[in-house]
Design a protein around this ligand. Structure first.
Ligand SMILES: NC(=O)c1ccc[n+]([C@@H]2O[C@H](COP(=O)([O-])OP(=O)(O)OC[C@H]3O[C@@H](n4cnc5c(N)ncnc54)[C@H](OP(=O)(O)O)[C@@H]3O)[C@@H](O)[C@H]2O)c1
Length: 284
């Protein structure tokens, strides 16, 4: 049975590996940066801990979901961003077995968002430090001798922890006005769809880069309207603005939509954003 070690297991994506039961196919080792019951402690920036845990379990596959994902914090604390998003991955590469495959979760923020419709071979050009660290991590993994999969996703969402969906849902539920940009366009990615996608890629023994998200691309405000509609919330509370109206510390790429032709060619399932929201609403 394949041994899969997950970093950042208590994060949004990491926690979704608990939801779909694949225990008949895989042995899971869940790790978290601090001590916690049922989790092996592994801070990916702590080389000693990484070496100890990887030697103890010798996983066949590492899924690296651990990251500093707060884009503005990455801009203001570059040292921390680099330590987690780049040096953490270097530790995983250095201390895993030769045969261990590393699955790295990357981001649409490696693109500059000028043209949109990015495929796996489009030229990256990150505009902010978070995107720079995610691209550097990709390049380090690609130039290592490791088997790897690099999955680029955007606007990761679910009804768990802090994310765009939960923010819109909770603010509108409290009848609060929200300001949402209409010029940032992406293919939002539901965390549970991503875990299923990762399982499919593992079973296919896929190697290399692949972009993944909802079948359709949509603006942030368009997605907020969909969230309001599906959950019967008041969409008059959504005030549409431009990215330039918001004082982000880190510059945002505008159109990071994906060309998902590779997923189509591989017959990997894609879902549209509205159908996904209806699914989440149904299981809530
Ligand atoms: N969220 C998005 O919109 C988005 C978009 C594109 C790509 N991605 C990528 O998708 C992946 C998963 O994102 P997510 O939304 O699940 O992020 P998340 O909820 O922030 O989860 C990341 C997890 O990593 C943990 N972590 C931070 N530093 C660590 C360290 N030194 N050692 C071990 N664990 C550490 C965090 O723990 P603490 O919370 O305790 O610090 C957290 O549990 C990331 O690689 C991210 O870059 C996310």
């Amino acid at each position: 049975m394949l041994k899969i070690l997950i970093t950042g297991s208590k994060g949004q994506l990491g926690s979704h590996f608990n939801i779909i039961d694949k225990s008949s196919l895989f042995n899971f080792i869940k790790t978290h940066k601090s001590k916690a019951p049922k989790y092996e402690q592994m801070d990916i920036t702590n080389e000693k801990q990484v070496s100890y845990v990887l030697n103890k379990y010798e996983p066949d596959i590492i899924i690296n979901t651990a990251a500093l994902t707060k884009v503005d914090l990455c801009q203001t604390n570059k040292l921390l961003a680099r330590k987690i998003n780049v040096d953490g991955l270097k530790n995983l590469i250095k201390h895993s077995n030769f045969n261990t495959k590393i699955i790295q979760i990357s981001s649409d923020f490696i693109y500059d968002g000028i043209d949109g419709s990015y495929n796996e071979n489009s030229q990256p050009n990150p505009l902010n430090y978070y995107g720079k660290t995610k691209l550097e991590a990709e390049n380090i993994l690609l130039s290592s001798n490791k088997k790897n999969i690099i999955i680029r996703v955007s606007t990761l969402f679910s009804n768990y922890l802090n994310n765009f969906y939960n923010w819109v849902y909770s603010e509108l539920s409290k009848n609060n006005i929200i300001h949402v940009v209409n010029d940032q366009i992406s293919n939002p990615c539901y965390a549970l769809n991503l875990t299923n996608f990762i399982y499919d890629l593992i079973l296919l023994d896929y190697d290399g880069k692949i972009n993944f998200g909802s079948k359709n691309s949509i603006s942030r405000s368009g997605f907020a309207y969909e969230i309001a509609k599906v959950n019967n919330l008041d969409d008059n509370l959504i005030k549409v603005v431009k990215t330039s109206n918001i004082n982000f510390k880190a510059q945002r790429p505008l159109n990071t939509s994906f060309d998902l032709e590779l997923c189509n060619q591989m017959k990997l399932r894609l879902f549209d954003s509205k159908a996904t929201l209806e699914y989440i609403n149904g299981v809530k």
